[in-house]
Design a protein around this ligand. Structure first.
Ligand SMILES: [Zn+2]
Length: 340
């Protein structure tokens, strides 16, 4: 009997504390509202399958030689991205990542491409949309074209940036600044993002979130019957509020199945640690990693642009654009889980 009484007291205390936390999380979810719906619908229409296709066929063509870090093809890729921003009147700079920072086998400097739209109300705060521009280059005389990895994410960022720029021109500047960050040397150990976080353009403490895109143009075998999906990884780990925002923008605009399978802490693929967002997460910046999963052409010379599903790539890009819009324009910084 005594044992039973003690047990009951603990059970009551335990359940009260738990309710309190889950109520707070529920309240947080309820407080998230999607804003600017008609503007987002309007400008997301500028993200089209045909533009993605045209750019990706170029970016993953022979000319770019698989974009191996510091190779001439990678330099061409960086120039291609830079030229796109210049043509669209978006400020852009190259950030040199010195050879001395990179693994020993690399003897030439490389570069991150950093484009930027200035925020109107809180210009010192920034949202970072990132994706890596490099791939595996040439091996045994074979070009690794990397159309999905990560031509798809690179081209998505261009289209998202263009949509924000068109909105800006029509009087809808973002509240916060937005950085479009094309990172080098991801394939050799997330080096470009590590370099950026050690040499940031905005204080890391003023970076509201990082949306990282790496492979979003294909469909994996788990979804061959229902391609209307995207894996969302890491979104709730630092800020559950970020995850709620992404879910609500998806409900409002894109209705993709958000697959959280690879977000499980126990997942042994450990994707959370395997692309550039992880260097931001290490700095306690909330991140989302958008990913289509792997496929038979992953890290093979057969990852080519005619295998990309362009309407799906456009739809996924629109989700990221809509989530980015919410983050760039919301009143407050994201609530971190440690402050709930
Ligand atoms: Zn990749």
């Amino acid at each position: 009997m005594k044992f039973f009484i003690i047990y009951s007291v603990f059970a009551i205390v335990g359940s009260c504390a738990e309710t309190k936390y889950s109520t707070k999380v529920e309240n947080l979810n309820n407080s998230v509202k999607v804003t600017d719906s008609s503007l987002i619908s309007k400008y997301s229409k500028t993200i089209t399958p045909s533009e993605l296709e045209k750019n990706l066929f170029k970016f993953s063509s022979k000319e770019f030689q698989g974009r191996g870090v510091s190779q001439p093809g990678q330099k061409k890729a960086a120039s291609f991205l830079k030229d796109f921003y210049l043509e669209n009147n978006i400020e852009v700079n190259l950030q040199t990542v010195p050879a001395s920072f990179l693994p020993e086998k690399i003897t030439t400097d490389s570069e991150n491409v950093i484009a930027y739209i200035k925020g109107e109300e809180k210009p010192e705060e920034v949202l970072i949309i990132s994706g890596h521009l490099d791939h595996l280059g040439i091996d045994n005389d074979e070009i690794y074209f990397g159309a999905d990895d990560n031509g798809s994410g690179s081209m998505a960022i261009l289209e998202i940036a263009q949509a924000f720029k068109i909105a800006e021109k029509e009087g809808h500047k973002p509240k916060r600044s937005i950085l479009f960050l094309h990172l080098t040397a991801e394939e050799i150990g997330l080096q470009g993002s590590l370099y950026y976080t050690q040499n940031p353009k905005f204080e890391l403490s003023k970076t509201i979130a990082n949306l990282n895109i790496d492979m979003i143009g294909r469909v994996d075998k788990h979804h061959s019957d229902n391609p209307n999906y995207i894996y969302v990884i890491g979104a709730d780990r630092i800020s559950k509020e970020l995850n709620f925002i992404n879910e609500k923008t998806n409900n409002a605009f894109t209705n993709l199945e958000l697959d959280y399978k690879y977000n499980a802490e126990s997942d042994n693929n450990r994707y959370y640690y395997r692309s550039d967002h992880y260097n931001f997460a290490k700095q306690n910046i909330p991140v989302i990693f958008y990913f289509n999963g792997t496929h038979d052409d992953y890290h093979k010379p057969t990852d080519t642009p005619e295998k990309i599903n362009y309407p799906l790539l456009a739809k996924r890009s629109k989700l990221i654009f809509a989530t980015a819009w919410q983050l760039a324009n919301r009143e407050n910084f994201l609530l971190h889980n440690t402050d709930i």
